[in-house]
Design a protein around this ligand. Sequence first.
Ligand SMILES: Nc1ncnc2c1ncn2[C@@H]1O[C@H](COP(=O)(O)OP(=O)(O)OP(=O)(O)O)[C@@H](O)[C@H]1O
Ligand SMILES: [Mg+2]
Length: 287
Amino acid sequence: MEKSKAMKRDSIATARLLSEALPNIQRHDGAIIVIKLGGHAMSSPEAMKSFARDMVMLRQCNIKPVIVHGGGPMINSMLEKLEIPTEFVNGKRVSTPETVDVVEMVLSGKVNKSIVSAINGQGGRAVGLSGKDANLLVCEQAAGDLGMVGDPVAVNAKVVFSLIESGFIPVIAPLGTGKNGETFNVNGDTAAGAIAGGLKANRLLLLTDVSGVKDADGDVLTNLSAEQVSDLTEKGVISGGMIPKTQTALDAINDGVRAVVIMDGRMANACLLELFTDYGAGSMIRA
Ligand SMILES: Nc1ncnc2c1ncn2[C@@H]1O[C@H](COP(=O)(O)OP(=O)(O)OP(=O)(O)O)[C@@H](O)[C@H]1O
Ligand SMILES: [Mg+2]
């Protein structure tokens, strides 16, 4: 008797929660949302399952997620096994042709397919590809002595649009093609920003392993301006992997994306929280 009363109470609360989400679901109706799933956010099978479920939920609500992923920790462990040394400069991995081979095997082969499987396991229809497919990301060599690190110079988004229109959830590994057919390693954030710009996405969510961009005191900045980014980068408060992330956010805004959010992807239902509730998680950069 008591148990069924409690069940009724919980069910009523669930129904109310669903109903409360309606204005937010309507607000994002038909929107294209590019979501970068950082390698550092894929911390556990549970986190992956929660993320996959959120993607299927979004698609079910006529919101169109496009996923671009990273895979830093997975690449590191494979390089370690193969005894190939690796180093980062300003958050980007210095990439010899040998490194790029490993990056492509790990990202396109393993990480991409595990995200695809997780989404399909929740009833979604995900299709995995990389920035090389249909010349989605055409790159030039990035500045600095980074080797085969690419900067996207052209985005051929047609393949992504056609997948979205057919009801699929594209899952993209951040690699690119050079003008002479060479393979470039592209930082995941950089790739996500370029794709968001190419799709004229409504939003870009950068899911990582920290709760947002932190200031010198370690407090998360909920709203971030271009001036703050350059100031904090100059002072070294924004460092490592946060450099390409904040730079990408600013570039995406310049490319017509309306809002970028940097947030903790390890949190359960991080994307639903951001899109379907009034709670603003992480750091937001607006147009
Ligand atoms: N000011 C800052 N605020 C928050 N995090 C910062 C800051 N400066 C540097 N960081 C670092 O940036 C890291 C996130 O970038 P990182 O490249 O490591 O992860 P990712 O991009 O999510 O994953 P991947 O590169 O595998 O796709 C954080 O874990 C943190 O250590
Ligand atoms: Mg990174």
